[in-house]
Design a protein around this ligand. Structure first.
Ligand code: GRF
Length: 246
């Protein structure tokens, strides 16, 4: 697979030519948000961003402001109930009318109130090969179980946490020398490639959800070269990384 992306096939804009509105929800560091942004820059994709954080000290929020992106801080501690926060968040998103909402390290469980008040596609990135290890401390639990492979999953968000239809997964091998930090760092590196790939594929309308399963709408060979996508398993080493085209 070539490392260079041919200018002819590089996805400089969306099929209908209009910018896509992308809402990214974060809580802390925001490295996945940065990976998304850098990938969009590398591909020259036209996007309107809204970054929402629920924690004041979110590094990702500060970073987003520095880039000049539209941001919102919605502190869950300002709300008496989970439902109150969810209603406000749903209203904020509804106003922005995003084509897609990405949960990228958003450490909040969304209640039914959120799903009743916001209708739109939402995806989440989770640091394990779901359905293994939903929830927290995924790397430590994987090591504890002595698994040979671990990884990350991007899935649709449904009211059942970490259980929506899987879009794509990225696999890393586990080594004897791994501790959860080392393993987590390798998984995170994969996340930074996986999440943009899936996000752009969705925004390009390349994927469809049928009977609870995601699949490609058109043959893989018809996709722009930089956006090759396998809905089952994603091998970042087989596709040109946005970083390689800078
Ligand atoms: C990532 O590992 C993601 O999979 C999980 O939370 C972490 C967020 O990291 N949901 P960052 O804020 O994107 O750096």
């Amino acid at each position: 697979m070539p490392n260079q992306i041919n200018d002819q096939t590089q996805p400089r804009s969306w099929p209908q030519g209009q910018p896509r509105r992308l809402a990214v929800l974060i809580s802390g560091r925001g490295s996945n948000l940065q990976a998304l942004y850098q990938s969009a820059q590398a591909y020259g994709l036209a996007l309107d961003w809204l970054v929402v954080a629920n924690q004041k000290e979110s590094q990702g929020l500060r970073w987003a402001k520095d880039q000049g992106l539209e941001t919102a801080l919605l502190l869950h501690t300002d709300f008496a109930s989970r439902e109150g926060f969810d209603r406000q968040l749903a209203g904020l998103l509804q106003q922005f009318e995003p084509h897609l909402v990405v949960l990228a390290g958003f450490m909040r469980i969304l209640t039914d109130v959120f799903f009743d008040n916001f209708q739109g596609p939402i995806i989440n990135i989770h640091p394990s090969l779901l359905p293994a290890y939903p929830g927290l401390k995924t790397h430590a639990r994987a090591l504890q179980d002595g698994v040979a492979v671990h990884g990350a999953t991007v899935h649709s968000v449904t009211p059942q946490i970490d259980h929506g239809p899987i879009l794509a997964q990225s696999v890393v091998g586990v080594s004897h020398q791994d501790d959860d930090e080392r393993l987590g760092a390798r998984v995170l590196e994969m996340e930074h490639k996986l999440l943009p790939m899936v996000t752009w594929a969705l925004l390009r309308d390349d994927l469809q959800l049928k009977d609870g399963r995601w699949s490609l709408r058109r043959p893989q060979s018809d996709l722009p070269q930089g956006l090759q996508f396998s809905p089952c398993l994603f091998h970042p080493q087989l596709v040109a990384s946005p970083r390689s085209i800078r």
